[in-house]
Write a protein that binds this ligand. Structure first.
Ligand SMILES: [Zn+2]
Length: 293
């Protein structure tokens, strides 16, 4: 019985649309979704099916159809009842690059960046509104307990602060923590409003609470905690740099570029003879050494 219903459900969402022609894909309308509840997933959503179809079309060598599916998915994402990530949107950009449509890829990437800047701004405004409603005009905020921060942010974890600096009890919150910045993009320090004298801190402290919040501003992490953070940042930065290098040679010198970024990463990790040759060749063609430029 269950199988029978499942068949009806999946076939109705799959067969209603034509995923096999450019026109059919372009004509898929933007659905009106009801909010997802609890642990619901997006697997029956049309934009999810479009992403799966894109993979299929790519495998079959139909990049035009694959790209059309992802374009349509990106069009539906903002209307979805599911929070799609920047990475989901960026798949279109990666497919366009793979299809050697580099200008189009840059255009779409710009669109995604602008959209997410807008989402960030909306979220900030929404949070501020909720905070005003729940906390009134409280000036007091807490930072979280985290070791996943740079040595500057590490000085400010696990404390209550005053945003204005007018509080006699708590230190003034460093201004930079109020804004997102490139420099601290890997730091996971967050601030949230609290009701002073009512909210208990979400982390442990010793002794007098106000004294604890005013303890010396030093990095209290252990050597191991610092090392874990530094290793992770190094890996993320290396990945970004590799991607930049791979995209550059894939666009400018496809004759020497490995077929995929994954292939390039494997080659680099094994430091193979082919990898060394590739670097040497890229250096000649670019006129400089990318990794030390
Ligand atoms: Zn930081």
């Amino acid at each position: 019985m269950f199988d029978f219903f499942r068949k009806i459900l999946t076939s109705s969402s799959n067969n209603k649309y034509d995923f096999e022609t450019l026109e059919g894909i372009q004509n898929i309308p933007i659905p009106k979704y009801k909010p997802l509840q609890g642990m619901a997933s997006a697997v029956n959503n049309i934009e999810y099916i479009l992403q799966r179809k894109a993979t299929e079309h790519k495998k079959n060598g139909r990049m035009d159809l694959a790209i059309a599916c992802l374009r349509k998915a990106n069009e539906i994402f903002p209307h979805s009842n599911f929070a799609w990530t920047e990475k989901d949107y960026m798949r279109l950009v990666e497919y366009l690059k793979a299809d050697r449509q580099f200008d189009e890829a840059r255009k779409e990437e710009q669109k995604v960046k602008e959209l997410f800047a807008k989402f960030d701004k909306e979220r900030e405004e929404n949070d501020a509104m909720i905070n005003r409603e729940v906390y009134g005009n409280t000036d007091i905020v807490s930072t979280n307990e985290t070791y996943f921060v740079c040595d500057e942010c590490a000085k400010y974890t696990k404390r209550y602060f005053s945003i204005s600096g007018n509080s006699k009890k708590y230190p003034k919150l460093p201004e930079y923590l109020l804004h997102k910045s490139e420099e601290h993009k890997y730091c996971s320090i967050t601030i949230y409003p609290v009701l002073d004298d009512i909210s208990l801190p979400a982390w442990d402290y010793k002794g007098d609470f106000i004294k604890y919040c005013n303890r010396p501003f030093v990095d209290e992490r252990t050597k191991e905690q610092k090392a874990i953070f530094e290793k992770e940042v190094k890996e993320k930065e290396e990945m970004a740099r590799d991607k930049e290098f791979y995209d550059l040679i894939f666009e400018k010198f496809p004759e020497i570029a490995p077929k995929s970024f994954g292939g390039y990463r494997r080659m680099k990790a094994s430091n193979s003879e082919n990898y060394k040759k590739l670097l040497k060749k890229a250096e000649e063609l670019l006129g400089y050494d990318f990794y030390t430029k």
